[in-house]
Write a protein that binds this ligand. Structure first.
Ligand SMILES: [Zn+2]
Length: 162
């Protein structure tokens, strides 16, 4: 994936060794279907896609469990890397992805994502260059939220006309 980030950096056309500010689309998902039902998955994954190349630039996998730990077996590599709630996995993963973008002279300063305000807050407060990140709402998520509200009779998201 480092090569993909390099390709994204080249497309922006900045000077050699300088940092490029780019736009990415990002989202997270859990190891089991949960939207609107339960939020107790033990694993989750966050991904960002570059808008220039439309390729996956980075991903971060979170897991709350480790089979070796749960069996109290000795092990040198523990894959358990998340202690918060399942719902906080997306934000934690995206913060990691954004912070390490600097290693490849990239800053993900425009973030296209869903309406999850906890992700936006985490990016703005926990990413090294968080103050420079602009959040743009994903139109697909906005339409989905509006339609869901419409069908559920919730007038706070949209106005019913029938
Ligand atoms: Zn372990």
């Amino acid at each position: 994936m480092k090569r993909r980030r390099q390709e994204e950096w080249e497309r922006v056309g900045v000077e050699v060794d300088s940092i490029a500010n780019i736009s990415v689309v990002g989202d997270g998902g859990w190891g089991k279907r949960s939207l609107g039902h339960s939020y107790d998955a033990n694993t989750g994954c966050s991904v960002v896609i570059g808008t220039e190349t439309q390729k996956v630039l980075d991903l971060d996998a979170r897991t709350k469990t480790c089979s070796m730990c749960s069996r109290k077996l000795e092990h040198t590599v523990c894959y358990r890397n998340h202690t918060g709630s399942s719902g906080s996995m997306e934000a934690a993963g995206l913060v990691n992805i954004f912070n390490r973008s600097i290693e490849d002279n990239l800053r993900y300063t425009t973030f296209v994502g869903d309406g999850d305000s906890s992700v936006e807050t985490a990016l703005k407060t926990e990413v090294i260059y968080g103050a420079d990140i602009e959040k743009v709402d994903c139109i697909n998520h906005k339409i989905k939220a509006a339609l869901t509200s419409y069908w559920n009779g919730d007038s706070s998201e949209t106005t019913r006309t029938t």
